[in-house]
Every structure is written in C-alpha cells, then in structure tokens.
Write a protein that binds this ligand. Structure first.
Ligand SMILES: NC(=O)C1=CN([C@@H]2O[C@H](COP(=O)(O)OP(=O)(O)OC[C@H]3O[C@@H](n4cnc5c(N)ncnc54)[C@H](OP(=O)(O)O)[C@@H]3O)[C@@H](O)[C@H]2O)C=CC1
Ligand SMILES: O=C(O)C(=O)Cc1ccc(O)cc1
Length: 434
C-alpha cells in the first residue's frame, strides 16, 4: 500500500459545510489535510484557514489528488461525475478515494468510470448535518473496490468522530436512505408548501400550536433554511426515492379522498391495518421520548395551550400507509437514520401507539372540516413534489424550494435557534452515545 498511518494525508475536494466540518475534525485529531474548493474560492479559503497548521488549501483538485492518501469528494451530488472526471485521473497511485454525497449510485459510477484502476474506493456518508455532533450518529462506510486493509485504514481515519460505523453496499445505502431521507424530506417540504399556499405561518394559528406540531414546524423550517441542492440531489438521483415518494403522494391522496367522502370505517380500517403492519407488538424502538411536556418547550408561538387541538394528521397517517404498502419496517432503517428521521418516526410512533389520539385524529379527519383546506393543499403539495422528483429537473426543484423558503425566511434565525435546542434535547435522549 506504501502508506503508513504516521505520514498519511487526507484530501478534501469541496470545502462547503460538510468538507469544512471534516477538515476541522480530522485535523483536530492530528491528520494532515490537503483541501480545495473551486479555484475562485482559493484566496478566501486560504485566508480562512491561515492559522490552521494542519490544513493546507490548494487551488484545485489536481493538486489535492496527487498528494493525498485518502481523498474525499464533498461536492454537490449533481456535479460529482463532472468533478471526478476532472480530478480523478490525477489521483496518487495506490490512494483510496471516497465521497460524501448523499446518494451513492452516481458517485460510485463516477469513481468506476474516471479513477485509474490502481486506485481503491471506500466511500462514506455521515448521516447528519454539519452542525450536529457526529458522536453516536451513523456513519456509513462502503468497501466498494478496496482491500480489507484499506477499509481498516479509512475506518481508523474516521474513528475520531465517534460515530457508529455501518458497513453496507452502495445499493443498500440508497434503498434505505430513500426512506430515511428522501421521503422524510418530501413530507416536510409538502407541509411547508401547504402552509405557504394557504398563506399561513402555522405557529400563529391556534389549531397548530403545541406538541407534535412543534416538531412539524421546526423541522420544516430547518429544511427550508438549508441548501436546496442537498435535498434535490438525494431525491432526484436515487431511483428508489422516486418510487417511494410517489407511494407517499398516493397514500396522501387516497386517504384524503376517504376523508372527503366521509368513509369513516374504510379510513379507520385502512389506517389501523397499516399501523398494525408497521408498529408490531413488542417492536418498540429505543425510547424515542416524544412527550408533550418536552415538545411544548419548543414552540415558535407565544400562545400557551392546555390541550392539543385535534388534527387529522394526514401527513403522519400517510407515511404509515406508505411504509405498509412498500413493506417497509422503519425500525429496520435505524442503521441509516438521520436525526430528522428519528424525530419523524418518533412523532408517527407517538400518534400510532396512542389509540385514543389515533381515534381522535381519524374522527377529526371525517367530522371536522377545519383542516380540509390545509389537507387539500398538503395533498397537492405531496403530488407536486413527487412529480418534481420524478421529472428529475434540478432547476424546477430549486425554483419551488427557494420560492417557499423565501416565504419562511424572516423566521429562520429564531426557528433555527429553537430547532437546534429541540434537536439537541431530543438527540440526547435518542442517541446511544458511547
Ligand atoms: N449538508 C448536509 O447536511 C449534508 C450533506 N451531505 C452531502 O455532502 C455533499 C456536500 O454538501 P454540503 O457541504 O452541505 O454542500 P456545500 O454546497 O456547502 O458544499 C459543496 C462544495 O463543493 C464545491 N465545489 C463544487 N464544484 C467543485 C469543484 N469542481 N472543485 C472543488 N469544489 C467544488 C462547492 O463550491 P460552490 O458552492 O462554489 O459551487 C461547495 O463549496 C453533498 O453531496 C451533500 O449531499 C452529506 C451529509 C450531510
Ligand atoms: O437529517 C437530515 O435528513 C438532514 O436534512 C441533514 C442531512 C442532509 C443530507 C444528508 O446526506 C445527511 C443529513
């Protein structure tokens, strides 16, 4: 292999949020980092990292690739092929290459296509955002074209994160993350779309205040405050995601039609059968915590509330219907769970493991027309996001995303502070920190 742990250096191509987080944490653990972003960002990055002795900034990926023993591409998923085509042939002989993109099929295809055959491939994916402490969070490692020794080398490099290493294939990664990431995002993106379409800031309206609603609101705003390309890439480029998001939109539509038609018994039967398939007896996940007393602390609203206002919870009924139609047991996907997914599963579980609350939601869906127009917009939104992902057009995804994001933007600073506290509190209880 020709490299020793002592003199090895790590290359990072793409110094955005994730690239910088990796550079900071790996250099703090004692590794030498060679990093670059696009050539036009060279000057500013050099200044930013001037005081960090173990991080050297280079003008481009050729210079990073020819020097480094483990090279990580941390660029937008949509450009991975182009960037690997550009710098891949400059990779140091015998080096190991990996990527941080959220969908592995295009990344691994790019590596196979453009890397010299003497280069090994071990890819990875931290299943959390750049501001989350990696300790205890899942970190996927994919030994795609590499010896066991090289996998151990990468394993060792990344061990300082304290993450929970998960060893799977790229294909399995994409199938699981279609659910834990792409469908989860589709649900929250649709909530935001519906609120915007009805011209609502949900925390200002009585029927949205408290409990589960705080999670819905805080996560939706958290997603819209983030970069569109992260969500577009992992949904559009993952074939399993298209199918799963389409099923989610179909479940939303069919349940909404049952509500609209007043088909109480059919609705109850369908939802409860789905619930029984997903939440099997004795299959409780780790303590997911979601209790109203805690969730109530994270409200953007300044109103107080005594009891949860009844809600049809269409978004939650539909995800369970979707999982059951696809034969997915979400607890099996905890190995690739992100913090958002655990919260999403947590609120869903909270509703489905509370028979009175579920009954109340189903009766509200039939009897109470307060939510009809919200649910109508939510149904349109779920279908529109599904179409957008299926068409695979990054620019129209960006346009939809940014239009809705700008509606909520004035509340981002407050929402992100509150959302961070909520995540922290809930993560402390839902992560098995070693
Ligand atoms: N954000 C998150 O929560 C997570 C993201 N990921 C994945 O990690 C990857 C990076 O995400 P993130 O850091 O958030 O995104 P960013 O947009 O912050 O970072 C990507 C960086 O790559 C740069 N880049 C683009 N082309 C080149 C090139 N030819 N050479 C060098 N640099 C280039 C971009 O520059 P410019 O902006 O100027 O184009 C940008 O600085 C994505 O694939 C994402 O899906 C994975 C886990 C979590
Ligand atoms: O938790 C989520 O789903 C996020 O939104 C953060 C995120 C985004 C992309 C990833 O590949 C991993 C995590």
């Amino acid at each position: 292999m020709g490299r020793t742990m002592e003199d090895a250096s790590i290359g990072i191509i793409g110094m955005g949020d994730m690239g910088k987080m990796y550079a900071q944490r790996l250099s703090a653990a004692g590794w030498r980092i060679n990093a670059c972003d696009r050539p036009e960002n060279y000057e500013s990055l050099t200044q930013e990292f001037a005081s960090q002795q173990r991080i050297t900034i280079f003008p481009n990926g050729h210079l990073v690739s020819r020097l480094s023993d483990f090279i990580l591409y941390s660029v937008e998923a949509g450009v991975i092929d182009r960037v690997v085509a550009q710098y891949g042939p400059s990779t140091k002989v015998g080096a190991i290459v990996g990527g941080q993109t959220s969908c592995k099929a295009p990344e691994l295809a790019a590596f196979e296509k453009h890397l010299p055959s003497d280069v090994e491939i071990v890819s990875c994916h931290s299943l959390h955002g750049p501001k989350v402490n990696p300790r205890g969070q899942p970190l996927v490692l994919i030994q795609h074209r590499a010896s066991d020794e090289s996998l151990q080398f990468v394993d060792h490099i990344l061990s300082s994160f304290g993450s929970k290493h998960v060893y799977i294939t790229g294909e399995m990664h994409d199938r699981i993350t279609a659910d834990t990431q792409a469908v989860t995002h589709a649900a929250f993106l649709s909530m935001g779309t519906a609120w915007q379409a009805n011209n609502q800031f949900p925390w200002e309206i009585n029927r949205w205040v408290g409990g589960i609603e705080n999670v819905k609101i805080n996560i939706t705003l958290r997603i819209y405050a983030n970069k569109w390309h992260v969500y577009a890439g992992l949904a559009i480029l993952n074939p399993a995601a298209k199918q799963q998001i389409r099923q989610y939109a179909e479940s939303v539509t069919e349940l909404y039609k049952l509500m609209l038609g007043g088909h109480r018994e059919e609705l109850k039967q369908r939802v409860k059968a789905a619930g029984a398939a997903v939440f099997k007896e004795g299959q409780e996940a780790q303590d997911l915590l979601l209790k109203d007393e805690v969730l109530d602390r994270f409200s953007l609203s300044n109103r107080s509330r005594e009891k949860s206002p009844p809600n049809s919870h269409l978004s939650l009924l539909a995800i369970v219907d979707c999982w059951s139609k696809l034969g997915i047991v979400p607890y099996d996907h905890m190995i690739c769970s992100t913090p958002l997914f655990r919260l999403w599963l947590g609120v869903t579980e909270y509703l489905f493991r509370n028979p009175e609350l579920l009954e109340e939601a189903l009766d509200t869906a039939i009897d109470d027309n307060t939510f009809r127009s919200d649910d109508l917009e939510f149904t349109f939104a779920a279908r529109a996001w599904s179409d957008c992902v299926s068409f695979g057009d990054f620019e129209s995804y960006r346009d939809r995303f940014e239009r809705i994001a700008s509606y909520f933007a004035p509340r981002f600073p407050e929402a992100s502070q509150l959302g961070n506290e909520m995540m922290k509190t809930i993560l402390e209880k839902t992560t098995n920190n070693p």
